[in-house]
Write a protein that binds this ligand. Structure first.
Ligand code: NAD
Length: 250
């Protein structure tokens, strides 16, 4: 139980990678609050499933792209559990399209959701974590920010921004006992990749050294490790978890 006695907050926690992270943190002994946008049924079910496994959790509805959502969510968790030791900025969206035809809304939605939320939520937990002199911030990036994928200028910009912000925050907060890292997944089997998996799964797998797509748990276990005391000397790092997709070998 690496995280016994710790309290965590995960954005986008009701499905996909976020849901697996909620489970992994809870199974390591943390109390986990998670943010969901609209699927209250999935969120309530997750709380019930965790309860059956003797895990304490809390579901909070919020749109993370809205500037004032983070303060409200953090306050709610603090009122219930007093502190937040771990923040996982996981919520994210794609709105793919070539730049020539990408409208401002398509650009802004992705930047506000993927990058704006990391700013708002990290800012909201930073002061309390500084007073505690302990904290873990883990940002979910993507290997898409290391490639040049046509149609993903908005997404790559948001994830590249996250990685830059991760290094700056790590430099600012290390002396306060707070580590800040990013995890950059490759192709993971979630709703986000369903469309592309339907048309190109076999082709993608040919480029993955491990010869399979990633599972949400592959990301979740590494995230739980970065959240633990054992990872106290790892900061400002981007951990690529892609089964070898970006190695570029033949
Ligand atoms: P997903 O679509 O299954 O889950 C995304 C979650 O974020 C959902 O729970 C959704 O409700 C939530 N979310 C989105 N916008 C929100 C908003 N405005 N307010 C609150 N919640 C919001 O996708 P996933 O694959 O689980 O993605 C999780 C993270 O991993 C994302 O940041 C994504 O960019 C990143 N990622 C995924 C892959 C992959 O292959 N699936 C690869 C690299 C990075």
């Amino acid at each position: 139980m690496k995280l016994a006695g710790k309290t965590a907050l995960v954005t986008g926690g009701s499905r996909g990678i976020g849901r697996a992270i909620v489970w992994a943190l809870a199974q390591e002994g943390a109390r986990v609050a998670f943010v969901y946008r609209s699927d209250s049924e999935a969120a309530e079910q997750l709380v019930k499933d965790l309860e059956l496994d003797q895990r304490e959790s809390m579901a909070i509805q919020a749109d993370v792209s809205e500037a004032d959502s983070a303060e409200r969510v953090v306050q709610q968790v603090q009122e219930a559990w007093e502190q937040i030791d771990i923040l996982v900025n996981n919520a994210g969206i794609v709105r793919d399209g070539l730049l020539a035809t990408m409208d401002t809304e398509q650009w802004q939605q992705v930047i506000d959701t993927n990058l704006g939320s990391v700013y708002h939520f990290s800012r909201a937990v930073t002061r309390p974590m500084m007073s505690q002199r302990h904290g873990r911030i883990i940002n979910i990036s993507s290997v898409a920010s290391h490639f040049g994928n046509p149609g993903q200028a908005n997404y790559a910009a948001s994830k590249g921004g996250i990685e830059g912000m991760t290094r700056c925050l790590a430099a600012e907060l290390g002396r306060r006992g707070i580590t800040v890292n990013a995890v950059a997944p490759g192709f993971i089997e979630t709703d986000m990749t369903e469309e592309i998996r339907n048309v190109a799964e076999k082709e993608i797998i040919k480029h993955v050294s491990c010869r399979r797509l990633g599972r949400p748990e592959d990301i979740a276990h590494a995230t739980a490790f970065l959240a633990s005391d054992e990872a106290s000397y790892i900061t400002g790092h981007v951990l690529v978890i892609d089964g070898g997709l970006t190695l570029g070998g033949l």
